[in-house]
Design a protein around this ligand. Structure first.
Ligand SMILES: [Zn+2]
Length: 145
């Protein structure tokens, strides 16, 4: 797309707008473009928040630090999307969506899992972070089996 990219209303688009003018968590997307999965940690109470937030739901503080999350994880649960895929993914069904437990943390992340068919995936299977680049310059995270 050109410079004046179409700005699809958020509700119609699975992928959030990601620039500094669009969102206060733009740093998340910048880090992701560098291959880093990151989130916010509350400076006041120390809670690690997922997904990244600008205000802590535990103590209402709004000073956050960005921390790197593990790029490795294991499948905690998974399913397959056969119908009703989000906009832009209609032609990619069937695909796998999983809950991934990040290595060494008590944090589980929901994401697409690429590189494996539903029938071949197993609970506990190792997966690694994959940055999915969209044609319009945005990014999102997935895991690769
Ligand atoms: Zn807090």
């Amino acid at each position: 797309m050109g410079e004046e990219r179409e700005r699809v209303p958020y509700v119609l688009d699975f992928y959030p707008l990601q620039t500094e003018e669009d969102t206060r968590i733009h740093q998340f997307f910048q880090n992701l473009k560098e291959g880093r999965l990151t989130t916010t940690k509350c400076r006041a109470c120390g809670e690690i928040l997922w997904q990244p937030r600008v205000v802590c739901p535990h103590c209402n503080a709004d000073e956050m630090d960005w921390i790197d999350l593990p790029k490795q994880g294991e499948i905690y649960a998974f399913t397959s999307v056969l119908l009703g895929a989000p906009k832009g993914m209609e032609d990619e069904t069937p695909f796998v969506v999983g809950i991934v437990k990040l290595k060494g943390m008590d944090l589980k992340v929901l994401a697409r899992v690429d590189g494996v068919r539903y029938d071949d995936l197993r609970i506990g299977q190792a997966v690694k972070l994959k940055v999915h680049a969209l044609d319009d310059g945005r990014v999102w995270f997935r895991f690769q089996a």
